[in-house]
Design a protein around this ligand. Structure first.
Ligand code: PMV
Length: 332
């Protein structure tokens, strides 16, 4: 047992294939270098404490409350984390590693904006489970950690695909198709810009709006979704060529707009990025708001685009696609 357990895990972006993935087509998903960091310590008594100083959150759950989180909904921002942490404690109790008398406190510091489609809740869950396993000096395999975090994702999102917790645990760039993941080899840390529209959106509502459009225009929308799948396959093969990748991002954005999930602000950001030299720009995730990803030509071009968007009042940050998933201890 250590005095303190430490871990961090990345957020994610969807490079291509959001929405069409719901219909069984592939999506290309990448972990990003924005991370949630968690410190875990033991409490004197039982329970689960979650502290997020940046969000002004301090929440304490009894084991019963954490276990029954679906019904009680104490705090939307932390319930899913409490549930995932409880799943881990139960596993540690069953395997005789931990007794029930002392609970855990986790302190979360995250660089990932919340509720914007960047997988913040999964990253926090994965990092929390990693930090607690570090506290108890246990090396849990990433598959198990991802599975436990997925339990929290079910609380947060209803029927999640499992992409967020997988990216947070394993990192890298992966093709996600019908529940299976295939990682791309030898991916470099590709620099990208992420611009937050700050327009609130709800994944569930957007997914069901696409379904309605599909019902009304089955033939047309079916072809668009199929084309999105082809775009993703070409993205995967052309991943090393930034010009090709950028162009495919633009094509994907056009297709997403045609199924009704773009937004005036998304279009405006894409337009500013493109007219200032970006190789590609598109919404990422459910759309309707949330974040836009931008592929700049090079570092100099990234600075120009960043300056222009900041001048328009947008929140924009530089990051890169990350090969690193969960990191335990101070290995960041
Ligand atoms: O915005 P996010 O991260 O919730 O992504 C949603 C992606 C969709 O394809 C629209 C839905 C899904 O479950 O894959």
């Amino acid at each position: 047992m250590k005095e303190i357990g430490i871990a961090s895990a990345p957020g994610k972006v969807i490079l291509g294939g959001e929405h069409s993935v719901v219909y069984g087509f592939p999506a290309l998903v990448a972990a990003i270098n924005l991370r949630a960091k968690v410190h875990a310590t033991l409490l004197p008594d039982e329970g689960i404490e979650i502290i997020a100083p940046d969000l002004g959150i301090r929440q304490i759950y009894t084991y019963d409350e954490a276990f029954n989180v679906k019904e009680i909904s104490i705090n939307h921002a932390t319930d899913n984390i409490a549930f995932a942490v409880y799943q881990l404690l139960e596993y540690l109790m069953k395997t005789g590693i931990h007794d029930t008398k002392r609970g855990v406190s986790i302190q979360v510091n995250s660089e990932i904006p919340i509720s914007s489609g960047l997988g913040s809740s999964a990253a926090v869950a994965v990092a929390s489970i990693g930090a607690i396993s570090d506290l108890f000096d246990q090396e849990l395999d990433k598959e198990l950690i991802s599975k436990l975090a997925f339990q929290g994702e079910i609380i947060a999102h209803g029927t999640p695909s499992g992409v967020d917790n997988t990216a947070a645990a394993f990192g890298g760039v992966m093709l996600f198709e019908k529940g299976n993941m295939q990682w791309l080899d030898q991916v470099q840390e590709l620099p990208i810009l992420i611009c937050n529209t700050k327009v609130p959106r709800e994944t569930k509502r957007l997914v069901s709006a696409v379904r309605e459009r599909y019902k009304r225009h089955e033939n047309l929308v079916g072809k668009i979704l199929d084309t999105m799948g082809q775009v993703v396959r070409e993205m995967m093969h052309g991943f090393d060529d930034k010009n090709i990748l950028g162009e495919l991002m633009e094509i994907n954005q056009g297709l997403l707009a045609s199924i009704g999930v773009s937004h005036e602000t998304i279009e405006k950001i894409c337009w500013i990025a493109k007219s200032n030299g970006a190789l590609g720009a598109k919404l990422t995730g459910a759309g309707g708001g949330g974040c836009v990803i931008i592929l700049p030509k090079d570092e100099e071009n990234a600075q120009v685009i960043k300056g222009k968007l900041e001048k328009e009042g947008y929140d924009i940050f530089s990051t890169s696609l990350s090969i690193k998933g969960l990191l335990i201890g101070n290995g960041e």
